[in-house]
Design a protein around this ligand. Structure first.
Ligand SMILES: *[C@@H]1O[C@H](CO)[C@@H](O)[C@H](O)[C@H]1NC(C)=O
Ligand SMILES: *[C@@H]1O[C@H](CO)[C@@H](O)[C@H](O)[C@H]1NC(C)=O
Ligand SMILES: *[C@@H]1O[C@H](CO)[C@@H](O)[C@H](O)[C@H]1NC(C)=O
Ligand SMILES: *[C@@H]1O[C@H](CO)[C@@H](O)[C@H](O)[C@H]1NC(C)=O
Ligand SMILES: *[C@@H]1O[C@H](CO)[C@@H](O)[C@H](O)[C@H]1NC(C)=O
Length: 416
């Protein structure tokens, strides 16, 4: 039995900021599917026709999104990552998609997505080459922004390999301006903070959030529990910087959801979905939707948890309790009461221990849930309704190793 005791010292402060990026996009965190953490840079279609980076792969995943219920719960975009290009630009300098693997071209692929009510994301890199060695945008940024716009791309991911750290901030700002100048709406996904981190430089998050709709803060996720935990640790330690810059149209990006890959257990999968949702992080899956086990599909399609991620307030939740093994996160969500300026909350209780489950007891007012008329409390993963709970009441949960308990505490009508 582990009882979590602590003093409440962390009430959220939401700072105002000047808004420069005003493209009206990504008002809730983007949701979709991306190839990288499952298929990486497999380009040998002769030996790996089923898993090589090609238009067929993206069209098949689009079909799975639409036919298997993912689109219905919000996953509405297909993202191409690195390794889609020819090694050389055309004679007039334009980017060319691989002529064999993308024989119909990117415009045809974006049309294919749009016909199915989906969006297309495409990848480039600010440097002289992409991370995998394909032509980068350095010296071609205006042309490349225009090419993406002509192809009907909806979402532009801009990587930062093969570029001097000193030039990183300026390059990301310039590309933001070029994208705007095309007149074509594209979500702008940056890796600006990550490349400053790699080079031991400090990040001005307020500045980043004025140019990008979302930004990668930390190293790439891979389909391992260690990777997920290292990302959680980084976000925990830096939350005071990350929380104030989060909001509709501007999101921290802890990287892809690897739920559905068999190296992550179902409990660990619920942990990734829950904590990413508490953060208002993008939910961009990387897995093989053609082969996914039903347990993972069900986790990915949990509407109650997705609703927390997509909550219109767009707040990033906060770690408010941290013991050796247990972390508790709290996120303000709708419905709110404008008169008392109180909100409802989503709460995640995470058990870091690798082998033992934890029985956790949390008094609601200890984690900032102080509405005197109480809250209607419901577990989000097992759907158990706990009824009305008052601030002095204790919420008790058995949390499996490397797993979570997640609940929503909805303001009761009495306070409206
Ligand atoms: C790319 O262009 C360079 C010269 O600009 C040439 O040497 C090389 O053979 C070309 N590569 C391919 C794959 O066409
Ligand atoms: C470009 O920026 C202006 C304001 O800064 C905004 O009104 C406009 O919608 C943007 N256009 C695109 C295509 O993002
Ligand atoms: C960043 O700092 C780490 C640890 O101090 C060091 O190992 C690494 O070489 C540094 N990287 C760069 C690019 O300076
Ligand atoms: C939370 O506690 C764990 C275990 O003691 C520790 O490793 C981690 O750094 C702590 N996180 C924060 C943000 O204090
Ligand atoms: C909030 O306050 C306003 C103004 O006092 C009042 O008209 C409204 O009914 C109140 N709303 C609720 C939900 O109590």
């Amino acid at each position: 039995m582990l009882t979590v005791l602590f003093t409440l010292s962390l009430l959220a402060v939401w700072l105002p900021h000047v808004s420069l990026l005003d493209n009206g996009l990504a008002k809730t965190p983007p949701m979709g599917w991306m190839s990288w953490a499952q298929f990486y840079c497999e380009i040998d279609c002769l030996h790996h026709p089923y898993s090589c980076i090609s238009e067929d792969l993206y069209m098949e995943m689009a079909t799975r999104l639409v036919e298997d219920g993912y689109k219905d719960v919000g996953y509405n975009s297909i993202h191409i990552d690195d390794c889609w290009l020819e090694m050389n630009r055309s004679a007039d300098g334009k980017l060319v998609a691989d002529r064999v693997r993308f024989q119909s071209g990117i415009l045809a692929l974006s049309n294919y997505m749009h016909e199915r009510g989906l969006k297309l994301g495409l990848y480039e890199d600010y440097g002289t080459k992409t991370c995998a060695g394909y032509p980068g945008s350095y010296g071609y940024m205006e042309m490349d922004a225009n090419t993406f716009a002509e192809w009907g791309v909806d979402y532009f991911k801009f990587d930062g390999c093969n570029m001097d750290a000193e030039k990183i901030p300026q390059g990301y700002k310039e590309m933001s301006a070029w994208i705007n100048k095309t007149g074509h709406s594209m979500v702008y996904s940056c890796e600006w903070p990550l490349y400053l981190l790699v080079n031991n430089k400090t990040v001005d998050y307020a500045e980043v959030s004025n140019y990008c709709n979302l930004w990668r803060n930390y190293y790439d996720v891979s389909a391992s529990w260690n990777s997920i935990q290292s990302i959680i640790n980084f976000f925990d330690l830096n939350q005071d910087q990350l929380i104030p810059v989060t909001g509709p149209g501007r999101w921290n990006d802890p990287d892809m959801i690897v739920v559905g890959q068999n190296s992550i257990t179902p409990d660990q999968s619920r942990t990734q979905m829950s904590i990413w949702s508490i953060w208002s992080a993008p939910l961009i899956m990387s897995n093989d939707l053609r082969l996914i086990a039903p347990v993972y599909k069900e986790i990915l399609q949990n509407r109650r948890v997705i609703a927390i991620d997509q909550d219109p307030l767009g707040k990033m939740g906060r770690l408010v309790v941290n013991t050796t093994n247990v972390a508790v996160y709290v996120k303000p969500v709708t419905p709110t009461d404008e008169n008392s300026s109180q909100s409802s909350f989503a709460v995640v209780i995470f058990n870091r221990h690798f082998k033992s489950s934890a029985k956790v007891t949390v008094r609601l007012n200890e984690i900032g849930l102080i509405n005197s008329a109480g809250y209607f409390v419901q577990d989000l993963w097992n759907e158990e309704k706990r009824g009305i709970m008052l601030p002095d009441d204790q919420y008790i949960a058995d949390v499996p190793p490397t797993g979570v308990n997640m609940f929503k505490a909805t303001l009761t009508q009495a306070d409206f």
